[in-house]
Ligand binder design. Structure first.
Ligand code: C5P
Length: 405
């Protein structure tokens, strides 16, 4: 044990799931950041990873049983529950969530959760069907209502071979969330859905129609919204950017996939920010094989893509909808026309003809319009522009719902 106790005394619960192997990396990152980590494994977790791995990384004997006289003599479970400044469970299996929701005390980890007053963070990991099951979602709602912080899960390829929501957040994202004090920002308690990046519309297996959006603005908004306290879901087109910590990311490729992902994640959102540069058209047909260059000219027929932001704005039970307008001329009139035509609540317009701001750049400047006001955000780094935009959105949200921001 270190002589100067760390302010982060983390009781890390590991429950049974293949993602348990990633928790070894989580321990390494937490220790490296100066935290003290006591690992507690469930019976099922020990089928996936050996306790010796966690012991070596944490420098503490791993606790596994409620009825271990030697361990209890060293630090009893109530003492251990009091020692923790926070309890983090990664991975949190469907079974563990159910047991916690019901208040079981049938093993050491569940008992510690009941006995500890420390904040509880859960990083769920499970098969996508198990995640989507109403029983799991009801358990999560209950845990959330009691103040548990739910980290993730992420979407993507799963160990079972399926693709969907249920992957454990990456250890670095969990570590950042756990080590960063939650600051009760202006978006605390708000759920924000963000689309970002370009969409790519396939022509054949090797070619596509795309655009120059880097996704940097949307990703900056996601990161800053999360830091302001929001629960953020980011629907990302193909971009080369890391997922901001604590943000749930769903990767898509085409406009049709982006539409589907946005609609799938829309329920319960307070804000939808459409920062993606969605392709307006897609090839009418995607050739199954690479198109050969035979003729001197090639005609591609394109068809209109659905307008995602307009579709969301047209729904009855809808969040506050914020669109983007990248313009090269007459910025204000084009933006205000879009605001009205798409029935948006706000539109953030940027002049992409100005070198060094907008597409592919680290910097941006925006003019934000809503039906009875506007805000000019001067050129700055995209994170600063995101902060000012989100502060404005929080104010509009408070205005719309009549609650203080
Ligand atoms: O009409 P325009 O493409 O300029 O509008 C830009 C805004 O509309 C952005 O917020 C963009 O994300 C959204 N959009 C969309 N679906 C489309 C095209 C644009 O959501 N098919």
């Amino acid at each position: 044990m270190s002589s100067a106790p760390s302010s982060h005394r983390i009781l890390l619960g590991v429950s049974g799931g293949i993602a348990a192997y990633k928790s070894a990396e989580l321990v390494r990152l937490l220790i490296k950041a100066g935290a003290e980590v006591q690992v507690v494994m469930t019976e099922a977790a020990q089928h996936f990873v050996g306790a010796a791995t966690f012991q070596a990384l944490s420098g503490r004997a791993v606790r596994t049983h409620l009825w271990d006289p030697a361990a209890e003599a060293a630090m009893g479970h109530i003492e251990l529950a009091r020692w923790a400044s926070q309890v983090v469970i990664a991975p949190a299996s469907a079974d563990l969530l159910a047991r916690l929701a019901q208040g079981h005390a049938d093993d050491l980890l569940a008992t510690l959760c009941l006995a500890s007053a420390a904040p509880l963070s859960l990083a769920p990991a499970m098969n996508r069907q198990m995640w989507a099951h109403p029983a799991t979602q009801a358990n999560l709602d209950l845990l959330r209502q009691r103040g548990a912080r739910i980290l993730g899960p992420a979407a993507g390829e799963q160990a079972c071979g399926e693709v969907g929501e249920g992957r454990m957040l990456e250890p670095s994202a969990i570590a950042t969330a756990v080590l960063t004090p939650s600051v009760g920002g202006v978006l605390q308690g708000r759920r924000v859905l963000i689309s970002a990046g370009p969409t790519l519309e396939d022509i054949d297996p090797v070619r596509f129609v795309g655009n120059r959006s880097s996704g940097k603005m949307g990703f900056a908004i996601a990161q800053v919204a999360q830091a302001m306290g929001a629960e953020v879901t980011l629907i990302a087109g193909p971009v080369a950017l890391a997922t901001p910590s604590g943000v749930q990311r769903v990767d898509v490729r085409s406009a049709l996939q982006m539409r589907e992902a946005v609609l799938q994640h829309l329920d319960g959102q307070h804000v939808f920010i459409a920062a993606a540069a969605v392709a307006d058209y897609r090839p009418r047909e995607v050739a199954a094989q690479k198109i050969k260059k035979c003729a001197d000219t090639l005609e591609l027929q394109l068809v209109r893509n659905p307008d995602i932001v307009a579709e969301v704005a047209a729904r009855q039970d809808r969040p506050l909808v914020v669109g983007f307008a990248a313009e090269t001329n007459d910025v204000e009139s084009h933006a205000c026309d879009k605001l009205a035509r798409k029935k948006l609540d706000m539109i953030a317009a940027n002049d992409v003809s100005i070198a060094g701001q907008g597409f592919e750049s680290e910097r941006n400047a925006l003019n934000v319009y809503w039906h009875d006001g506007m805000l000019r955000i001067a050129p700055a780094r995209k994170s600063e522009v995101a902060r000012q935009l989100l502060t404005c959105i929080a104010e509009r949200l408070a205005h719309a719902t009549g609650t203080p921001s």
